[in-house]
Design a protein around this ligand. Structure first.
Ligand code: ARG
Length: 588
């Protein structure tokens, strides 16, 4: 038997996967070297991992799956990692050695990165996220593009990728003609509405006037031309509007603990200068054609109901450019200037057609080479309890800040119910703040981003139930408390681990899934995988805590082993929550 030294940074499941891959070639010839082993977590007790590739392969090779599995097993050397057996019609079942699991958890605990390797192939990833609109209140839709996007960038950076955050704010377009005209006529050029709700008021008032006053509408349209031609007075008012909105967005970002700052702003207006050239190139290359006075590209594969190709309009008949044109310019800029290998657009699902067509047109134009991956990370709607788009009682779209205030208030109340001890007001309000924000973010992150969910403020702040931010934070605080009582810090709890009970083994096994889970989030841009993993981990810990005495363990070795498990769980929770952008507390 050859001895394999499994490196300290490779979790056993990944090590087994590598051995499997090697064995396929050896057993069935080099053309099978790339076979996907179909390795997955097993639901059968006493089996940790299962391979099911042979059922598929059997059809191809016209052989019995069981015979294939037996032949394969002769080429597979995993004896140092697991017991393996051929089961049923041709499954391969693995049970990892307890010692292997224990040693891997110890390695992770001793490592500042929890044994999650930095990628050997760092990529430049542009992540377009948050992207609210100037002069409009941020609404719950932007909560998700912000929170999910921020989790994605954190995970990518943790794995060693070069991430470029792009906040593609809506700061350009015809509505700014209306808004600046309105402000100028009110002669409030030095207007200093301090809250953004003033901006919303402003937007509504301007819109009302625009819809009811034809002369004003006409002046607004002329104002657009002035804005676009760089008229200094108009520009100054517009800049004021953008600055006010940014101030407000930044308040929301800080409140949410989101990593976006002013340096990440690349609003629509940044691409203005490039738009004529973008359209020019499409026209010259023959990709854009005039249709009803507008310049349009008709990419293949987008028929309308009558089967006719649909246009991707890049220049309107009045000469104006569109959201579409800006996105083409932005994509080109990201590929050519930012040297993106991968671009992730964290944007609402209703825009999926826009992005599919955008990518198709960019490919036609030669701006999107095959080496660059582009993805629309679709975001589902947030709905109210009635299944409708979330609105306030008087039918307004719900303001994001108001929502956060409400969650913090709710968290404070829920916290008051579980903790009766006297705590000073400052601590109490800090706890309410952290817990309330965790509630909102976790409720958002635990749902697959492409699904809709119902915003349930009462449920998300609960400490019970196992699937809320407060529950996870509470478990974390309990882990801290155990270590404090043992006078240990997570880093100083390193000790030999033994897995004497099923609960210890289950917890340890789950800890080893952290690295692969983080990798999966990076690959799929789906942070819910990590959120759901942390829920599972918190639950496994609470079972372990209930069944296994830690501080009162029967002997000193078991005690220190269990404290090490507790510390490893704590560090995994804290790092995992941090990757989701959720702060946790040492005491609650
Ligand atoms: N501002 C847009 C909205 O609120 C989202 C922009 C998304 N990013 C992009 N490159 N189109 O719907």
């Amino acid at each position: 038997m050859t001895h394999h030294d499994h490196g300290s940074t490779v979790d056993p499941a990944s090590a087994i996967r590598a051995r499997l891959e090697a064995a396929f070639g050896a057993a069935f010839g080099p053309e099978y070297a790339d076979t996907d082993p179909g390795l997955r977590k097993s639901t059968i007790s006493d089996v940790d991992l299962q391979v099911n590739a042979f059922l598929r392969l059997a059809r191809e090779l016209r052989e019995q799956p069981r015979l294939l599995a037996l032949r394969f097993v002769r080429e597979l050397d995993v004896a140092d990692l697991a017991e393996v057996e051929v089961a049923g019609p041709g499954y391969l079942n693995f049970r990892l050695h307890d010692g292997v699991i224990a040693r891997s958890v110890q390695d992770a605990l001793a490592d500042s990165r929890l044994a999650v390797p930095v990628t050997v192939a760092p990529k430049t990833v542009v992540v377009d996220y948050s992207s609210p609109n100037v002069a409009k209140e941020m609404h719950v839709g932007h909560l998700r593009t912000t929170v999910v996007g921020d989790a994605i960038v954190r995970v990518l950076e943790f794995l060693g990728h070069r991430v470029v955050r792009n906040n593609h704010i809506g700061d350009w377009g015809t509505q700014f003609g209306m808004l600046t005209e309105y402000l100028l006529e009110r002669r409030s050029i030095d207007w200093d509405g301090s809250a953004v709700s003033d901006l919303t008021v402003l937007y509504k008032a301007a819109k009302k006037k625009y819809d009811s006053d034809e002369d004003f509408a006409e002046r607004s349209r002329q104002r657009v031309v002035k804005l676009q031609s760089g008229d200094p007075v108009t520009l100054r008012v517009w800049e004021g509007l953008v600055a006010k909105s940014m101030e407000y967005f930044n308040q929301v970002y800080r409140r949410l603990g989101v990593t976006l700052t002013d340096e990440h702003i690349r609003g629509e207006s940044t691409y203005n200068q490039m738009l004529p050239e973008v359209v020019g190139h499409l026209v010259e290359s023959g990709h854009a054609v005039l249709s009803d006075g507008a310049w349009c590209v008709f990419p293949d594969g987008f028929p309308n109901r009558e089967g006719q190709p649909q246009p991707f309009i890049v220049r309107k008949s009045d000469g104006g450019f569109k959201y579409e044109t800006t996105d083409l310019a932005a994509l080109r800029y990201r590929v050519e200037e930012l040297h993106a290998d991968r671009i992730i657009y964290v944007v609402g699902a209703p825009q999926s057609k826009h992005f599919e067509m955008l990518f198709a047109v960019a490919r036609m134009a030669g701006w999107l080479p095959d080496r660059v991956t582009v993805e629309h990370a679709q975001i589902g709607n947030v709905k109210g309890s009635n299944g409708q788009i979330l609105r306030t009682r008087d039918g307004e779209t719900v303001r994001l800040m108001g929502l956060l205030d409400e969650a913090v208030r709710g968290a404070g109340e829920a916290y008051g119910e579980i903790v009766r001890e006297a705590i000073d007001d400052d601590t109490r309000s800090e706890i309410a703040d952290v817990v309330g924000i965790s509630a909102v973010k976790f409720a958002d992150l635990r749902v697959p981003r492409y699904r809709e969910y119902i915003y349930a403020p009462d449920r998300m702040v609960r400490f019970q139930g196992g699937n809320t931010g407060p529950y996870l934070l509470y478990q974390v605080a309990r882990m801290w408390s155990v270590l404090r009582k043992a006078e240990l810090l997570p880093e100083s709890a390193i000790a030999p681990i033994t897995l004497g009970t099923p609960e210890e083994r289950a917890l340890a096994l789950l800890l080893l899934e952290f690295g692969p889970t983080v990798q999966a989030v990076a690959a799929s841009a789906e942070p819910h995988l990590l959120a759901n993993y942390l829920e599972e981990l918190a639950k496994a810990y609470s079972v372990f805590y209930r069944e296994c005495r830690i501080l009162g363990a029967p002997d000193p070795e078991t005690r220190s082993s269990r404290l090490a498990l507790c510390a490893a769980t704590l560090r995994t929770m804290v790092v995992g929550l941090d990757l989701l952008g959720i702060r946790s507390l040492e005491r609650m």
